[in-house]
Write a protein that binds this ligand. Structure first.
Ligand code: PLP
Length: 480
């Protein structure tokens, strides 16, 4: 809150001078008792983790700490800040909506922000996704999608369907429902007793393909396992299959083979299983298409989930996109039984609309494709030269660099080497921010995400590529 920023931080005080009452803008001796770097969050980092710099401000793809150091954000935060920082249109929309009505209970009022956002998003998403349900984030949106799928099944008279099949590894969120479909054995070991176990199938990985398969036959095999799993579970009990069309952190931007995506759609249709695309990280233009299934026209999902890039870091926002007719079935049965205090929030919708307008008006989807191609070429070149870059994958500006101890055998570094974390730390020391997972690094391989904001120019992409090359070289030296 504004008051807590007044604890003697000169840059923040200067930045907020106009917003702060002079009296509280003066440093207050009673405040500021925490030492810099001292953990203040419940999920404090393990002992020995270096102190983080303190953020002062951010603009475009750049961030500055309170010591005046500049960082280039090549991860868009956690692959969320798609249109960069300090965007004037979004800030103005937020301010205007906040002044008009920061909150209006959707049970009592319709909001113009909600209606406009939904209408424009439905047009951008294309036919088949006319209904837009707005929540506060990715985990929540995935859970809403699952609940909507369940109500759709019940409305069709298929109340026996409840199982949601997903891939291993995958990430669909940290809340218990979203975690139950997340393919993460460590999380399941810890939180399993609190969750309903859901069937898992292998992710159609493209780098370490098991012996005896090539890219296509492995893709076909993974799809066959999905079908066998549905048959074994009893198709009449299977509600949905949820997948990240282009993977996020759990797989390091996995791009499945076209044969896999085609077969997945056929299998889901054959068994009446709803296909949910978790586009929390990949949606909204990041992969060079507004929705990433556009890369696989024969794999259109029934429900699409968006989050990170939809609010682009300016406001918590998650979205479920659904077909008009299927939602009508649910509506005629009494309506979607779901809601949170913040669903359809006017501030979230105003931000979502402004982010969408910025994305479309400035051709950022095309820019993601173009600059993604440029960055990919540079990273491929780095892979050819570096002894520790084993794979580069992804689409558009959703890319990952996988580090290996031995390129010939694709042997990962041991988890104890924390190779990806080392690269991210070295990059940060050099003023470049990459996105890297905090847990499970090294279990299925070790990578960093390279996902700059979609506003990045060719010059900025070159600067990022140079920065990664330098950080990789230093990382190779440190890992010995
Ligand atoms: N799904 C995917 C693919 C994600 O990458 C994430 C977050 O990283 C989530 C779901 C969860 O979203 P949130 O962190 O907004 O709850």
């Amino acid at each position: 809150t504004l008051g807590s920023f007044s604890n003697g931080d000169p840059i923040m005080t200067e930045l907020l001078r106009n917003s702060l009452d002079d009296r509280i803008a003066e440093p207050t001796p009673a405040l500021g008792t925490l030492e810099r770097g001292e953990p203040i969050q419940v999920f404090a980092a393990p002992p020995g983790t270096p102190a983080k710099p303190r953020i002062a401000r951010a603009e475009g793809i750049y961030m500055w700490d309170t010591d005046g150091r500049r960082y280039v954000d090549a991860g868009s935060g956690p692959v969320a800040c798609n249109i960069g920082y300090g965007n004037r249109r979004v800030l103005a929309a937020l301010q205007t909506q906040a002044a008009a009505a920061a909150f209006a209970n959707p049970a009592s009022f319709e909001s113009a922000a909600n209606r406009l956002f939904a209408e424009r998003l439905a047009v951008a998403a294309g036919p088949g996704y006319e209904r837009v349900f707005v929540v506060s984030g990715g985990s929540e949106a995935n859970e809403a999608a699952i609940k909507l799928a369940r109500q759709m099944a019940v409305a069709r008279g298929e109340a026996a369907r409840w199982k949601v099949v997903s891939r291993q590894p995958s990430y669909h969120g940290g809340t218990l429902g979203a975690l139950s479909v997340t393919g993460d054995p460590t999380a399941h070991e810890l939180f399993g007793p609190l969750m309903k176990p859901m069937p898992k199938v292998p992710a159609p990985v493209t780098y370490r393909i098991p012996p005896g398969f090539d890219q296509e036959s492995w893709a076909e095999h993974c799809a066959e396992v999905l079908e066998r799993t549905i048959l074994d579970e009893g198709p009449e009990t299977v509600l949905a299959f949820i997948q990240e069309p282009v993977g996020g952190l759990a797989t390091g931007a996995l791009v499945p083979h076209a044969a896999y995506m085609r077969r997945v759609r056929e299998i889901c249709t054959r068994h009446g299983v709803m296909l949910i695309h978790d586009e929390v990280m990949s949606g909204g233009g990041r992969t060079g298409a507004f929705l990433s299934h556009e890369h696989w026209p024969d794999c259109r999902p029934d429900l699409v989930v968006l989050a990170k890039g939809a609010g682009a870091g300016y406001f918590p926002l998650g979205v479920v996109l659904a077909p008009r007719d299927r939602v009508a079935e649910v509506a005629s049965g009494g309506g979607f039984m779901h809601g949170h205090t913040a669903f359809g929030n006017p501030l979230a919708c105003a931000v979502g609309l402004a982010v969408l307008d910025e994305t479309l008006d400035n051709g950022l989807v095309g820019n993601a494709a173009e600059q993604g191609g440029r960055l990919r070429a540079r990273l491929d070149d780095l892979m050819a030269r570096s002894p520790i870059v084993g794979d580069v994958r992804g689409k558009g500006l959703l890319l990952a660099v996988e580090l290996v101890a031995d390129k010939a055998t694709k042997t990962p570094f041991p988890p104890s080497a924390v190779a990806g974390a080392t690269l991210a730390r070295v990059a940060m020391e050099q003023g470049l921010i990459l996105y890297q997972r905090r847990t499970n690094a090294g279990r299925d391989g070790d990578w960093v995400m390279v996902a700059p904001p979609l506003i990045a120019t060719a010059g900025e992409i070159d600067m990022i590529a140079d920065g990664i090359a330098s950080a990789v070289a230093e990382t190779a030296r440190r890992l010995g």
